[in-house]
Ligand binder design. Structure first.
Ligand code: RP5
Length: 166
């Protein structure tokens, strides 16, 4: 079963346009799996009211999961999680003096009661956040489960076929 009206199932937010370089991996992976989604720049610190409006509107319009990428004192995923009971995954952006370790801890160290599913720093995490959301959606939309199995098979076949000059 696919989303009947093509409305977004997933909302991808990021704290700055500078995060797009990383978060494009999330977008591309969702496109690869055919998951309808929206991508927005919204900041927990710089645009708190707009963020709250967006999260509430997204949830009321049928968004089933959120992915939030942010760097530095990365409050964005936690702020999103505070506004919705839908699953929220956080992508720590590799930037600043601490190369994303600050963002990783900000997302992973959420207080009990408001979880953020935190993935790896940078582009690996941006891809994996999308794959986790696809896995969540697969519980309701079997086509995504099938696509995930095919993705894993293709990945395994590629590795198995790798030839080294050795
Ligand atoms: C965070 O600050 C953003 O998520 C970004 O990773 C970082 C730097 O933002 P810009 O100065 O590039 O706008 O809020």
């Amino acid at each position: 079963m696919s989303q009947p009206d093509g409305k977004p199932l997933v909302a991808v937010v990021m704290g700055s346009e500078s995060d797009w370089e990383t978060m494009i991996r999330t977008h591309k992976t969702l496109v690869e799996f055919g998951v309808p989604h929206v991508c927005r720049v919204l900041s927990a610190h710089r645009t708190p009211e707009l963020l709250a409006d967006f999260v509430r509107k997204s949830e009321s319009e049928g968004v089933e999961a959120f992915i939030a990428g942010a760097g530095l004192a990365a409050a964005l995923p936690g702020a999103v999680a505070a506004l919705t009971t839908r699953p929220v995954f956080g992508v720590p952006i590799q930037t600043g003096a601490l190369n994303g370790q600050d963002a990783l801890l900000a997302m992973a160290q959420m207080p009990p009661g408001i979880p953020v599913g935190t993935v790896a720093i940078g582009t690996p995490g941006a891809t994996n956040a999308a794959l986790l959301v696809v896995a969540v959606l697969a519980n309701k939309y079997p086509e995504y489960g099938e696509k995930l199995k095919n993705y894993r098979s293709a990945q395994a076949a590629k590795i198995a076929a790798t030839k080294l000059p050795c």
